[in-house]
Design a protein. Sequence first.
Length: 115
Amino acid sequence: MIAPEAVVTFERLDGFRIVKSFGLASGEAICPRSLLRSTFRSIGAFIGIAPLDFLTDAERARSDCLSALLASASRLGANGVVGLQFEAREELDGSTRVFAFGEAVLLEPEPHTLR
């Protein structure tokens, strides 16, 4: 499994060097539309209540998406992901699709140089 500290939005990870690139790894998750939830969210937003369910759904979709990305990178033989990006879009049926991608890489610690 890939350690959380080996997944970064940057093009490189400080203290490590990229030994091999396995190419693009990706993952996606879909948060289905719920008419009942949407109605209650709208009412809650109208009267000033924070939409906690919406945040929970979004967090769950992001977490599921990231898990799928890490599984994909692991299957390629990677122990890290650099250049992580997320995209989200609403589909025609009202569901939300979250997509994550990044470069799956094999990392090794940089040798320490003596001064």
